[in-house]
Ligand binder design. Structure first.
Ligand SMILES: [Zn+2]
Length: 117
């Protein structure tokens, strides 16, 4: 990927509902921002034993959770949140964000850009 350029591909399942599309969109934009800010190496660090494949996904999980919560969508069977939020994952994501705040601070605006109300 060229710096400053990203292609986002959405699987058909992303369009199953407006809530799913919004959640998928900010997830992918989270990756784009991490890459564009040079945080991809940190984001790709394996988060072994903490329930996430890497640190980037931990920060993105927290951001997606906030989007769903703010919009009242935690019961909408969104991919990754089918049974609402996983308290364990929320805890480990907070732990990772505390250690590497840039990963979350760089993307947290995304959780507020989509509001249908
Ligand atoms: Zn991802």
């Amino acid at each position: 990927m060229k710096h400053g350029m990203s292609n986002i591909h959405f699987a058909p399942a992303a369009f199953s509902s407006k809530e799913q599309l919004a959640s998928t969109f900010i997830h992918e934009m989270g990756h784009v921002i991490h890459n564009n800010l040079g945080l991809s190496q940190l984001a790709n660090t394996p988060a072994s034993g903490l329930g996430f494949d890497n640190y980037g996904h931990a920060a993105i999980y927290k951001m997606q959770y906030n989007l769903l919560k703010m919009n009242g969508w935690l019961n909408k069977n969104i991919n990754g949140f089918v049974n609402g939020v996983d308290k364990y994952l929320l805890g480990t994501s907070n732990q990772i964000i505390n250690d590497y705040p840039d990963l979350y601070n760089s993307i947290k605006k995304l959780e507020k850009i989509i509001k249908f109300k």
